[in-house]
Write a protein that binds this ligand. Sequence first.
Ligand SMILES: CCCCCCCCCCC/C=C/C(=O)SCCNC(=O)CCNC(=O)[C@H](O)C(C)(C)COP(=O)(O)OP(=O)(O)OC[C@H]1O[C@@H](n2cnc3c(N)ncnc32)[C@H](O)[C@@H]1OP(=O)(O)O
Ligand SMILES: NC(=O)C1=CN([C@@H]2O[C@H](COP(=O)(O)OP(=O)(O)OC[C@H]3O[C@@H](n4cnc5c(N)ncnc54)[C@H](OP(=O)(O)O)[C@@H]3O)[C@@H](O)[C@H]2O)C=CC1
Length: 308
Amino acid sequence: MSTSKSYYKPLNISSVFRPGLFENRVAIVTGGATGIGKGITKELLFLGCTVVIASRKADRLADGAEEIRNWLANTGQRATLHVVQCNVRNEDEVKKLISTTVQKFGKLDFLINNGGGQFLSPTADIRLKGWNAVVETNLTGTFLLCREAYNQWMKEHGGTIVNMAMDMWKGYPYMGHSGAARAGVVNLTKTLGVEWAQSNVRVNAVAPGSSIVSPTAAANYGNVSIFDGVGENIPMKRTGTVEEVCSAVCFLLSPGAAFITGETIRIDGGHSYYITPNFRLPDSKPTDVYSWQSKFDADAAKGPQSKL
Ligand SMILES: CCCCCCCCCCC/C=C/C(=O)SCCNC(=O)CCNC(=O)[C@H](O)C(C)(C)COP(=O)(O)OP(=O)(O)OC[C@H]1O[C@@H](n2cnc3c(N)ncnc32)[C@H](O)[C@@H]1OP(=O)(O)O
Ligand SMILES: NC(=O)C1=CN([C@@H]2O[C@H](COP(=O)(O)OP(=O)(O)OC[C@H]3O[C@@H](n4cnc5c(N)ncnc54)[C@H](OP(=O)(O)O)[C@@H]3O)[C@@H](O)[C@H]2O)C=CC1
């Protein structure tokens, strides 16, 4: 894979949230061993949360967990990371993921339905098996996790759920299956936000633009060069970072979002709102990036939050 643009840097975290924010909290992050999910896992651990990561592939989980544990040790923070193999398309495995977590850690405060994905294809060429695989992964999997988290724990004790959507607001050529599934996730998020409010369960989502640079996302589409030139058509004139998704997720999980439910936050530099055909984006400099290596990081390193 080409890395000529130096897209990837190791994540040395310096969260904008206060240390200990999620102490005594227990979270499940699906797809938590790679890409965006790994970033969410790191930030939650850094903030004191116990995290269970869950996905299909044992080797990916093991490699991701080892990297995360080594990284956490270097931050000087202590938190518990646990691994469970689970295909979110399998109802029994989903039930077991939730029950194992509740049994082992005594509760479940947060569910982050990050695991998902798709393949590129003209819609006319998608076979039914491929359509079903993508819809079951992204929509049905999210439904199953939400339902089991609610029925097994959150209905009686409250909790917070964050789902994963995408920039499908204007449709998504070559990702018709995933666009339809994620639109379903946005709608389900609204419904559950209303139905479960009485149980003190908040349900929200994030919708990253097709511009969040993660090595696994690039690998899934063949090469990191898929992100080359993407920034030019984004009002903020750049691609996004994994950290910019993680901080939105952490905000939605935090008490600061206590009155927000059913909502989907777009994290796309304004891309999905850039629809006026006769308004051409002027040439301009890229906006400031938030990453755990950015100048924000340098600023944070001066303050009491720094663990670097
Ligand atoms: C022209 C526009 C170009 C724009 C390019 C922009 C790209 C921007 C990308 C940036 C945005 C990133 C968004 C992301 O979501 S990043 C996350 C990336 N990660 C993943 O997608 C990983 C998860 N994906 C998968 O695991 C699989 O894609 C899948 C969801 C299908 C699940 O796989 P599973 O292992 O369960 O299923 P199978 O592999 O057995 O396949 C089942 C059937 O699915 C069809 N299929 C699968 N892959 C393909 C393919 N590459 N092409 C066509 N069809 C495919 C197929 O029918 C499979 O069954 P058969 O093999 O029996 O036919
Ligand atoms: N990067 C981007 O620009 C964007 C990403 N997204 C979405 O964000 C999420 C994270 O993506 P990103 O980190 O970039 O890419 P990754 O490929 O790194 O993340 C996908 C994760 O989902 C897991 N996963 C896939 N299918 C299943 C399944 N059936 N059951 C359990 N886990 C599964 C994978 O683990 P394993 O293979 O072990 O199962 C992997 O850890 C995905 O839902 C993605 O579609 C949305 C918009 C843009």
